[in-house]
Design a protein around this ligand. Structure first.
Ligand SMILES: Cc1cc2nc3c(=O)[nH]c(=O)nc-3n(C[C@H](O)[C@H](O)[C@H](O)COP(=O)(O)OP(=O)(O)OC[C@H]3O[C@@H](n4cnc5c(N)ncnc54)[C@H](O)[C@@H]3O)c2cc1C
Length: 470
């Protein structure tokens, strides 16, 4: 649906800034409502930015109820803001943030980024993951989230050689020593394992197929059960008195209001307008650039979206001896062995069902309608079983549905994972962008979502000031 660019586009261009790269905001609180602050060189009065609802509450609109939108909503509501969370699906946390692998990345897989900056970023995010989630998920539940730790297998068709993989793992272990010494409340890694250890030739041959696998390593990296995380976050969203959950509502755009602040235009069996909001947080992940452009922001870096599925089997105790596995480095796959008995399987060639250019708003339901789920399931299991024979022996418990579903992977660049120079192999220039009090946030990874949500809430607070507690 064509949308005319915002009339104040020129102004927006001059305001456009990357918060993460260069924080230009200086905020000097004075006596409250008339406090002035400097935003990208322009002086703006706080009154211009803070339309208040009749009850005097500062209202924030968040687009998209994935891990980022949901955690940002919870964090802002805890700080006293009134939050409206818009989600096009019937349920919050119903796309990438639930149908993902749940890996708390420690950087092992980012061996193709020779700068090591992606691995460092992943380690920082993982370190905060459990502690930030602990604001909304009970401590005991957090401790029960972790899946069995990952073995990393180097495929004979790898893009990064075994010596290079080992040099990279060594750097990861040096950084992780610091995390281990700092000890977050709930550990984001498996402390019973060394950071990494190469399996002997005999061990490799017992677990995996040496004809396809050149080297294998035990690592301390874990995944968390994203289904359980989603259940807890949904309950927290519903229970929060300052969060309005607006589901089945497809956001079309935000519009500047004459007196400051924003209206939100959305579709929910007809077109609606809600507002005024003092700030907007666009947390739409793959659809984020399309909505940014409709609002009037110029297109950002080239990006593209891949839609990827995973196969979930409920195997009960039969999965007790199954290792979690990541096969590197190229278009291969993963196994995640959850302690609940759920086994997550993905094999890239079978599970990748489509791509879209970054600026397009895509509804994948139509594509999903044409997918042969049985062939995705069989292709995935067969390919993984050829590498890890134990996968071939897995049996789903009778009566338990096999769930084949997925989400979008949004990333910079234009080429796929089989290109060693693809920007998919690094996740650096992501984070918070914005224009005034319109923030647009690229989560980058599930494991970075909670920490990114707190940073986003910090930006909102820096822009608007803390709301008066009622
Ligand atoms: C198969 C797969 C495996 C992955 N594995 C891992 C992993 O192991 N570890 C890791 O860290 N990351 C992983 N990721 C990446 C991770 O899942 C994402 O980075 C993260 O979930 C993105 O969170 P989000 O909240 O930004 O997006 P989402 O969870 O996609 O949330 C965005 C929400 O916006 C909604 N929406 C979209 N358009 C509109 C609109 N116009 N109006 C209203 N609502 C809209 C969507 O319905 C969705 O609920 C994986 C991703 C996939 C797909």
């Amino acid at each position: 649906m064509p949308y005319a660019p915002c009339p104040s586009l020129l102004l927006k261009r001059s305001f456009l800034y990357y918060f993460s790269a260069m924080p230009k905001l200086q905020f000097t609180p004075s006596d409250g409502s008339q406090a002035d602050h400097e935003l990208a060189g322009e002086r703006v009065t706080r009154q211009d930015l803070v339309p208040q609802s009749a009850g005097g509450k500062v209202r924030i609109a968040i687009f998209g109820a994935g891990i980022l939108g949901s955690c940002t909503a919870l964090e802002l509501a805890d700080r006293g803001y009134q939050v409206s969370l818009f989600e096009r699906n019937a349920e919050p946390l119903s796309e990438a943030s639930v149908f993902n692998e749940g890996k708390l990345h420690l950087g092992f897989v980012y061996a193709a980024d020779r700068t090591f900056r992606t691995a460092e970023r992943m380690i920082r995010g993982a370190e905060q993951f459990m502690d930030v989630l602990g604001r909304w998920i009970p401590h005991a539940a957090l401790q029960a989230l972790s899946a069995r730790p990952f073995d990393y297998l180097v495929h004979r068709g790898t893009m990064v050689s075994v010596p290079d993989v080992e040099a990279h793992f060594l750097r990861v272990s040096q950084r992780l020593d610091e995390v281990r010494s700092r000890r977050p409340t709930v550990s984001p890694l498996d402390v019973s394992r060394p950071v990494w250890r190469r399996l002997t030739r005999e061990e490799l041959a017992t677990r995996y197929n040496p004809a396809l696998i050149e080297a294998a390593y035990e690592t301390c990296e874990i995944a968390v059960d994203s289904w359980v995380v989603a259940n807890h976050l949904r309950a927290a969203l519903r229970a929060h008195p300052r969060i309005e959950l607006v589901t089945r509502a497809r956001v079309i755009t935000a519009e500047d209001r004459a007196g400051g602040g924003f209206d939100v235009i959305f579709e929910a069996q007809g077109r609606h307008c809600a507002g005024p909001f003092a700030a907007v947080v666009n947390a739409l992940w793959a659809n984020r650039p399309a909505i940014d452009q409709r609002y009037g922001l110029p297109p950002g870096k080239q990006s593209f979206t891949r839609r990827k599925l995973g196969v979930n089997l409920q195997c009960g105790r039969a999965s007790d001896t199954l290792h979690s596995v990541t096969i590197m480095l190229g278009p291969f796959g993963d196994v995640v062995s959850h302690r609940s008995g759920r086994v997550y399987l993905s094999w890239y060639p079978s599970c990748m069902i489509g791509t879209a250019a970054g600026g397009e708003e895509t509804d994948w339901n139509e594509v999903l309608g044409g997918v042969d789920f049985d062939s995705v399931r069989r292709g995935t299991i067969d390919a993984l079983a050829a590498i890890y024979p134990a996968v071939g022996n897995l049996k789903a418990i009778a009566g338990e549905p096999v769930v084949v579903n997925g989400g979008s992977i949004f990333a910079p660049g234009q080429t796929d994972i089989d290109d060693p120079r693809s920007e998919l192999h690094e996740r650096l220039d992501t984070g918070i962008e914005g224009c005034g009090a319109y923030l647009s946030v690229d989560t980058s990874k599930f494991s970075l979502g909670p920490a990114m949500a707190v940073r986003t809430a910090d930006r909102v607070t820096a822009l608007l000031g803390a709301p008066a507690r009622s």
